[in-house]
Ligand binder design. Structure first.
Ligand SMILES: [Fe+2]
Ligand SMILES: [Fe+2]
Length: 232
């Protein structure tokens, strides 16, 4: 199965997204540019739920129904970011986008790898990124955008929880302790490693609510830093 269909007017770049510097976020145009990146993250998250429903038809119906419901959340997230970008005088498609989640996720060969990468990896890391950008936007004086990022971040906890539940079941991890760290790291498609799938400081509270154990979080926190393939 190939990559996503794209509007011919949308410029897709192989380069990493340009995230504005924190000091630049006092400029409306820089906030719009940041949220433009987030819109495309949400669109890819929605698309990849759809991709996984089609790629893994042998999975339980409950899993695919869960993906469908998450897909609708991601569409809604893209829509609220898009509305905010328009309120800031810009629009989706104005900047080039990168299909980084697609590039990595197409390497997943099993539903176990998919929940390891998408739910526990990208969406898990987003729990930390949401805090960071909430704070940066608030410090820059844009409380409306900060509140939006915070709200979306809170809603992602359930998505990570969904992935943790299915990862535990399919990997044979002990139900009472949730995903096993070693097993999770082993299921990530190369070259991704745990260290590029978390932010600092680790959001232990939200990750705990999402079903990750203290032992898992200790290992994640201690995992070595490597150079990230993206500048996220
Ligand atoms: Fe989302
Ligand atoms: Fe999500």
């Amino acid at each position: 199965m190939g990559g996503p269909g794209r509007d011919p007017g949308l410029r897709v770049s192989p380069r990493a997204d340009r995230i504005p510097r924190p000091g630049a976020l006092r400029e409306t145009s820089a906030v719009a540019r940041l949220l433009h990146v987030f819109i495309h993250h949400e669109i890819q998250a929605a698309e990849l739920c759809g991709w996984a429903i089609l790629a893994f038809p042998e999975t339980p119906l409950e899993f695919r129904e869960g993906l469908f419901s998450i897909m609708l959340d991601e569409v809604r997230h893209a829509a609220v970011y898009s509305a905010r970008v328009e309120a800031l005088g810009a629009s989706y498609g104005q900047h080039a986008v990168r299909d980084w989640f697609w590039e990595r996720t197409l390497a997943c060969e099993s539903p176990l790898q998919y929940v390891a990468l998408m739910g526990l990896g990208f969406e898990g890391g987003n729990l930390e990124h949401a805090h960071r950008f909430d704070r940066l936007l608030r410090d820059a004086g844009d409380t409306v955008s900060a509140d939006l990022v915070a709200r979306v971040g809170r809603e992602e906890v359930a998505h990570v929880h969904f992935a943790a539940r299915w990862f535990t079941e399919w990997s044979g991890s002990a139900p009472e302790s949730g995903p096993d760290f070693e097993r999770w790291a082993a299921e990530l498609p190369a070259p991704l490693t745990p260290a590029v799938l978390r932010g600092r400081p680790l959001d232990r509270v939200r990750r705990g609510k999402a079903g990750l154990s203290e032992a898992f979080l200790d290992r994640l926190e201690g995992s070595g830093t490597t150079s990230s393939p993206s500048d996220r």
